[in-house]
Design a protein. Structure first.
Length: 326
């Protein structure tokens, strides 16, 4: 029984198909079959039987699947830790989705690097659909913001990641304080907004996001104009050029001052969650786990939602290196 055989079996068990495992490994299906045949002979158990559309694990196969995942994870972790022990002992590579990077990441990571001795972070803002692949490839240690959609070749229920929610927010429609829609009483139908531009940050409105699913449920397709940041999008809205689905606590002060108008669109506010995602089980790093626990603390939440001041990724120094929207 070799590590290579266990890695192949763990992937087959997770994907439920020899063909899918071969595709993920970049080898032929006969090569996968040969590795599994040797494993079955070594253990004296068929491990799985063919079924419509894939395989079904035997009781012995289910038992081995749990062990195989742990063994492979520990081997990968050991290899990574040894390779990075000298240069990256306290460095954390973070992938953040653009809205989180702009509205909360700076405050969170500033507090984290102050609270955790020796911690330093490299941060890059990436598209939500790239998060899972970057984590599984170990390009980054942890993802903050949107929950990573399942990558190709895996199921939504088991993409090999562990995601925990840590901050609830709401998206609300806002317009310029002088907008005529401010005179409307009662719920406003979303169709009333389709004749004007909808501004958004660089991520736009993703189909996989809460607001994307809300729009899909309504069956509407607005004109989305993406700008370099949600701050720029809000500036366009403030100037009377259109509307946007803004993060509620970010625009709260401007709504109170009258600079922005919160539109009472039916079905809003749209609730959302930001997530912290790492590799599952034993495959993630100690520092990534430390940050994943830290983001759920009361101090972290208070820092991210506190009024006033800068929120985004602006610090550049020995502990805080940022590359935005690259």
């Amino acid at each position: 029984m070799t590590l290579s055989q266990l890695r192949t079996f763990a992937l087959v068990a997770r994907l439920g198909s020899l063909h899918a495992a071969a595709t993920a490994l970049g080898v032929s299906e006969p090569a996968v079959s040969a590795a599994l045949a040797a494993l079955r002979q070594d253990l004296g158990d068929p491990l799985f039987v063919r079924a419509a559309g894939g395989i079904t694990l035997t009781p012995g196969g289910r038992a081995l699947a749990d062990y195989a995942q742990d063994i492979v994870g520990l081997a990968d972790q050991a290899r990574w830790e040894v390779a990075n022990a000298k240069n990256d002992a306290g460095r954390l590579k973070i992938a953040a989705t653009a809205p989180f990077a702009e509205h909360a990441a700076g405050r969170l990571l500033d507090l984290f690097t102050k609270r955790v001795p020796g911690a330093s972070v490299d941060v890059v803002a990436v598209a939500a659909e790239d998060l899972a692949g970057l984590l599984l490839e170990r390009a980054y240690d942890i993802a903050l913001g949107a929950r990573p959609p399942a990558p190709a070749g895996t199921t939504a229920a088991d993409p090999g990641l562990e995601s925990v929610p840590f901050l609830r927010y709401q998206r609300v429609f806002v317009a310029a304080g002088s907008d005529p829609l401010g005179r409307v009483r009662g719920p406003l139908g979303v169709e009333r907004l389709l004749g004007r531009p909808w501004f958004a940050g660089p991520a736009g409105i993703l189909d996989s996001s809460e607001e994307g699913r809300w729009l899909a449920g309504l069956g509407v397709v607005p004109e989305i104009i993406r700008l370099s940041s949600e701050t720029d999008a809000l500036a366009a809205v403030r100037a009377g050029e259109g509307t946007m689905l803004a993060v509620g606590h970010i625009v709260q002060a401007e709504v109170r001052s009258g600079a922005l108008l919160r539109l009472p669109v039916a079905g809003t506010p749209v609730p959302g969650l930001w997530w912290a995602s790492t590799l599952d089980q034993h495959r993630t790093t100690t520092m990534a786990k430390t940050l994943q626990r830290f983001v759920r603390t009361a101090d972290a939440t208070a820092a991210m939602v506190a009024r006033g001041g800068s929120r985004g990724l602006e610090r550049r120094g020995s502990k805080f290196h940022v590359a935005l929207w690259s």
